[in-house]
Ligand binder design. Structure first.
Ligand code: NAD
Ligand code: COI
Length: 331
């Protein structure tokens, strides 16, 4: 079986080599992202494995079809960047890696929350300005005294609910299709109730089109004026311009953003110009009550190991049996 791995980062290579050795299956490892041009590298291969947030386009799948490559497994959860209809037309089957480490992302959401509650951005800014006395004036809020509203009680949301409850927070949950989990330490409420009652609003829903701007000006207007919004899910969930306006006008307490609305375009700018640039990103970065992260909530040793090992097993399943448990065919 001939497997080509695309989008391999330096930190993944030891795990890819370890997997190849353990399974006695050769891997061809490429740093290039997978697109309609780079797929030509895979002529003669049986299956592809990739990690990227840039699009898996209709043109890419048409080329895969022409090359007779039937299987693609991705080393991550989100499938919002995949043109499933085009994949089906080309006869390409796809599997994601849904549970490489939900805890990694949940812990990062908690990390952003604790940092914002203690106003560490303002403390760091005062210290950078050489104003030690001012840096001692930013009084914090304790997580145990907060109400945390978790939107999306899937794998990551459930992990986050348990962590927040472990800190003593009261947890509210909104999910229209909850997976039964009887011992989940939180209360299901309606979305308006969650917006109105929460001190922290934490997002863990997929970035499918239906969820675009779930957090818009109307949603923000329902929140407490000192509420925090945490997004480690997908950038399109928040109307960032509306978020910025709420932050600047004192209608929101802060935001922790690991997944940024214009991430894809800014990453293309990075490739083209050598630096990540976007006006909304720059405006957010200038605020002391905003924490920005470059889509690294997942990024732990456990997660990277599992992303490689699980996704390659799904590809072997495809190549051996024609199916795998994590096959996905629609958003
Ligand atoms: P999941 O499929 O297990 O759970 C998603 C949950 O969201 C489901 O229970 C679903 O019913 C619910 N949902 C969908 N739309 C909703 C809405 N409008 N309101 C409330 N609930 C809604 O997915 P998961 O493993 O928990 O992952 C969630 C998302 O996290 C992924 O889709 C991905 O975009 C993102 N993610 C980000 C990182 C990162 O590094 N930042 C890493 C992994 C995953
Ligand atoms: C995911 O697993 O969906 C992520 O967001 C992680 C990222 C490396 C694509």
């Amino acid at each position: 079986m001939k497997i080509m791995v695309f989008g391999a980062r330096v930190d993944e290579i030891p795990y890819l080599r370890q997997w190849a050795k353990t399974h006695a299956i050769a891997l061809t490892i490429r740093p290039e992202l997978l697109n309609a041009e780079t797929v030509a590298l895979a002529a003669g291969y049986d299956g592809l494995n990739c990690l990227q947030t840039t699009p898996y386009s209709a043109q890419l799948f048409a080329k895969m079809g022409q090359l007779g490559i039937k299987y693609l497994t991705i080393r991550n959860v989100g499938t919002d960047n995949i043109d499933f209809a085009a994949a089906a037309r080309a006869g390409v089957k796809i599997a994601n890696t849904p549970a490489y480490s939900p805890n990694a992302i949940a812990e990062f959401a908690v990390t952003l929350t604790l940092n914002l509650l203690r106003q560490l951005g303002a403390v760091a800014a005062a210290l950078r300005a050489g104003d030690y006395p001012k840096a001692t004036t930013f009084i914090g809020r304790e997580l145990a005294q907060q109400t945390v509203g978790v939107i999306g009680a899937g794998r990551i949301g459930r992990a986050a609910i348990k962590l927040f409850a472990g800190f003593g927070a009261r947890v509210l949950i909104y999910d229209p299709h909850p997976t039964p989990a009887p011992d989940l330490p939180g209360t299901y409420v309606s979305l308006p109730e969650l917006f109105q009652q929460s001190d922290v609003i934490d997002l863990h829903v997929p970035g499918i089109a239906a969820n675009t701007h779930l957090i818009d000006a109307q949603a923000l207007a329902q929140m407490k004026s000192d509420a925090l919004v945490i997004n480690t899910a997908r950038g399109n969930l928040i109307d960032t311009q509306a978020l910025l306006t709420a932050l600047k006008t004192g209608h929101l307490g802060g935001a922790g953003i690991d997944t940024f609305e214009n991430e894809s375009a800014a990453l293309l700018a990075l490739e083209r110009d050598g630096y990540f640039h976007d006006p909304l990103w720059d405006d957010l970065a200038a605020l002391d009550n905003v924490l920005l992260a470059p889509h690294i909530a997942y990024y732990t040793q456990t997660a990277v190991h599992n992303m490689v090992f699980y996704s390659l097993q799904y590809l072997v399943d495809f190549l051996t049996n024609g199916h795998t448990d994590t096959e996905v065919s629609a958003h």
